[in-house]
Design a protein around this ligand. Structure first.
Ligand SMILES: NC(=O)c1ccc[n+]([C@@H]2O[C@H](COP(=O)([O-])OP(=O)(O)OC[C@H]3O[C@@H](n4cnc5c(N)ncnc54)[C@H](O)[C@@H]3O)[C@@H](O)[C@H]2O)c1
Ligand SMILES: [Zn+2]
Ligand SMILES: [Zn+2]
Length: 343
């Protein structure tokens, strides 16, 4: 039997480095040899046992890039040795939601590395239709950012942000930082970041935030001061704290929009004054993951160097050090991303 090294999460907070059978490659799948796989907030939730706990033991890892090692019998148009990234959101491919690129609403939806084995391993099996060819001249560390970038691409699309709109980003963790960069790309101005950690506020300023606020008592005053006294056109909640929605609605102008993005506990509810919403024509909308064209667009932007990636690609560790890598992420606000190199 052919085997590979993999980091198997056997129980919450416990990775075991194991030799496991090489993943099954179905007739419509490809086997990808993993070059890099990032660790993200969702992986931390899985690690802590807050999310997908019913799937353990699991090989997590969904922010990956690699090269094709093997092709399923029915796969055409791809070849062994090709550099690739993947759209991790697998649906049935033909229902109402899959056709509209709302794949996670498909009743058959699953995500590679979250609901099925992922890329904290030497190899990962991926349905061929989820594969996207990537150029060879771009560093693997950069290509491995395609998935997180695709999330902010989709969010930008869904909030319908346009040139010259003022945006507040609540939370400048790795994803908040990418929201800032995305807002810069679409011509939003000013971009105001609200963050608790001075290190992360500093990183946000470095990548394009016009104003960063760490003093929580002055948020409203500062946002008003930079938006003609009105409030922001858009507030993005990128923390995942239900209580922040009251703040988000206080920070938008009449006619403004709240983008719901940070993942809250499933039972969380937010109280909104409906009459106020009608009379002021405000709105709120969600956005989840990045799929289909979001992933293609994310790759295009990364390939053309549209993102400041240094704080995301400077911490690459071996598969054997994965347990420590998770500890590092929790302890170091100045580290936005740790990537695993399984090879
Ligand atoms: N909707 C999606 O598609 C999607 C995709 C990826 C991640 N997420 C979610 O987005 C959120 C952000 O992701 P991340 O990886 O940057 O998370 P993170 O936890 O690393 O970052 C959150 C940041 O918010 C800051 N923060 C905490 N409380 C705050 C407050 N009251 N005001 C301002 N800032 C505060 C923290 O200091 C931290 O820097 C998470 O909830 C994550 O699960 C959603
Ligand atoms: Zn992720
Ligand atoms: Zn479907």
């Amino acid at each position: 039997m052919e085997t590979m090294r993999a980091a198997v999460l056997v129980a919450p907070q416990t990775f075991e480095l194991r030799d496991v059978p090489l993943p099954q490659v179905g007739i419509d799948d490809v086997l990808v040899k993993v070059d890099r796989c990032g660790i993200c907030g969702t992986d931390l939730h899985i690690f802590e046992g807050h999310y997908a706990a019913d799937r353990l033991p699991l090989i997590p890892g969904h922010e990956f890039t690699g090269t094709i090692a093997r092709l399923g019998e029915h796969v055409s148009g791809l070849r062994v040795g090709q550099r690739v990234v993947a759209d991790i959101n697998v649906g049935c491919g033909h229902c109402f939601y899959c056709r509209r690129n709302e794949v996670l609403n498909c009743s058959a939806a699953s995500q590679i590395g979250i609901h099925r084995n992922g890329a904290f391993a030497e190899y990962v099996s991926v349905p061929a239709r989820q594969i996207i060819e990537a150029p060879t001249h771009v560093a693997a560390e950069v290509l491995a950012l395609t998935e997180p970038v695709s999330c902010v691409v989709r969010a930008a699309r869904r909030m319908r942000v346009s040139l010259g709109q003022s945006v507040v980003v609540l939370g400048a963790g790795p994803i908040g930082n990418l929201h800032v960069q995305m807002m810069r790309l679409v011509g939003a101005a000013p971009i105001i970041v609200v963050e608790l950690s001075p290190e992360r506020a500093k990183l946000a300023a470095k990548v394009g935030a016009d104003v960063v606020v760490t003093d929580q008592d002055r948020v409203q005053e500062i946002v008003r001061a930079h938006t003609g006294g009105r409030g922001a056109d858009i507030v993005i909640e990128s923390v995942g704290v239900p209580a922040l929605y009251a703040r988000a609605f206080d920070l938008i102008r009449p006619g403004g929009h709240v983008a719901a993005f940070g993942i809250t506990p499933p039972e969380a509810v937010v109280s909104v004054g409906i009459c106020d919403m009608i009379l002021k024509e405000t709105s709120m909308g969600g956005s989840v993951a990045g799929m289909g064209e979001d992933v293609h667009d994310a790759l295009t932007l990364l390939v053309h160097d549209r993102f400041h990636v240094t704080p995301f690609v400077s911490n690459v560790v071996r598969l054997a050090d994965i347990q420590n890598a998770f500890a590092t992420i929790k302890a170091r606000p100045d580290v936005l991303k740790v990537q695993i190199a399984p090879g």
